[in-house]
Design a protein around this ligand. Structure first.
Ligand SMILES: C[S@@+](CC[C@H](N)C(=O)[O-])C[C@H]1O[C@@H](n2cnc3c(N)ncnc32)[C@H](O)[C@@H]1O
Length: 357
């Protein structure tokens, strides 16, 4: 397909996702308002100017996504990937789950899990219904619906936001020097809090020769990640381990690169620092740690109303602290250097290098 046609197809695909997300949210809110006889409103509804600004940031994000594919960071077909099987299988469940979400949200029940779910042994900060998610991260049905929910929440921009870790990751790995006399081994990349394996899927597209590792606290999400990654033809799936990212089960300096997407806003401050310290420990000297998470107040004061809405509309107990937290200082205190940051739409990226001693 000629490039202009492919680009138009990609833009149309993303437009479709956006309209779908907007339609789903509008309809579900209206339905719940009718059924419950109450009105759920954002504390700071975005004004038309803010909506225009958001659209221009989305356009810039999609342009960056297209450009990285054009530059060969990942194949263009990655831009069109979507788990259609999951979409058709689990989309109806999103609707069936809504009344439970609404009920918990209105009753402010934030640690409410189905019978039989055992939360003992998990950090107390983790045993939450993050985003009012039914069963939090503790059940298979939560894992099945998670990606769809995120897609709807971000109007189809979650994948383009996650893919922004790939260019700095790939570029840094390309310039890492192989010590003289060492047999070339596949580069090892760990995704911390890999969830259902989204970022590992994109890393595989960009760096197919890499050995992939993922760690997460949720067995259910790891099962889903295993299912998603096992579908990749012609390669050994990632090695996935259940563990707390505050105590990574790997020896020192094992990975050329570590990554993490959308974890830090769900951690209390102390845990954030512990995870960064652990990422530093397991990364090789000369290696890189790439983080993707929500934008912060310092980056986009114009989006502050949206950042204020987020923890009110969705249960996100650590988000308020997170948006004011200095992750550069945290990365430097762990020992990382040359920390650079960038933003795309609602996401922020930290690229941190572990210095060679
Ligand atoms: C918002 S999700 C992001 C998942 C995935 N990285 C993505 O981009 O879709 C947060 C993930 O962090 C995991 N998590 C939270 N705290 C953790 C911890 N202390 N150790 C390991 N995983 C944790 C959760 O189980 C969940 O899968």
């Amino acid at each position: 397909m000629p490039d202009t046609l492919t680009k138009t197809a990609y833009q149309t695909f993303q437009e479709g996702k956006k309209y779908f997300g907007v339609a789903h949210k509008t309809l579900s809110t209206q339905l719940l308002n009718v059924l419950s006889g109450t009105k759920r409103e954002e504390p700071n509804p975005p004004d038309p100017q803010l909506l225009l600004l958001m659209q221009s940031r989305i356009d810039a994000l999609l342009e960056a996504d297209w450009q990285d594919a054009e530059d060969g960071i990942y194949p263009k077909q990655a831009l069109f990937e979507n788990r259609w099987d999951d979409f058709f299988r689990y989309y109806p469940e999103l609707w069936l789950d809504l009344p439970k979400i609404w009920d918990r949200a209105t009753k402010k029940r934030y640690q409410d899990f189905s019978e039989g779910i055992d939360i003992s042994g998990y950090p107390s900060y983790y045993a939450q219904n993050f985003h009012h998610q039914t069963d939090g991260y503790f059940s298979d049905s939560s894992a099945q619906m998670y990606d769809l929910q995120v897609e709807v929440l971000f109007n189809g921009t979650a994948a383009p936001m996650r893919r922004r870790i790939l260019a700095p990751l790939k570029q840094h790995l390309a310039q890492m020097e192989m010590p003289i006399g060492e047999t070339p081994q596949p580069v090892k990349i760990l995704d911390i809090a890999c969830g259902t394996g989204n970022s590992l899927t994109w890393i595989n597209q960009a760096i197919p020769q890499a050995a992939l590792y993922g760690v997460d606290l949720s067995p259910a999400y790891l099962r889903k990640a295993n299912e998603n990654l096992s579908g990749i033809k012609g390669r050994v799936p990632a090695q996935l381990i259940q563990a707390n990212a505050e105590e990574l089960p790997y020896i020192d300096e094992f990975f050329e690169a570590t990554t993490s997407t959308f974890l830090f806003h769900e951690l209390p401050a102390e845990a954030r620092q512990n995870v960064i310290d652990e990422a530093f420990r397991v990364t090789k000297p000369g290696g890189v740690f790439v983080i993707c998470d929500s934008i912060q107040k310092i980056d986009a004061p114009e989006f502050e109303p949206l950042m204020e809405n987020f923890p009110v509309m969705f249960h996100e107990p650590y988000y308020r602290h997170y948006i004011g937290d200095d992750l550069v200082a945290r990365l430097e205190s762990a020992g990382f250097t040359d920390v650079s940051t960038t933003t795309h739409f609602m996401s922020k990226y930290w690229i941190a290098i572990k210095p060679v001693a």
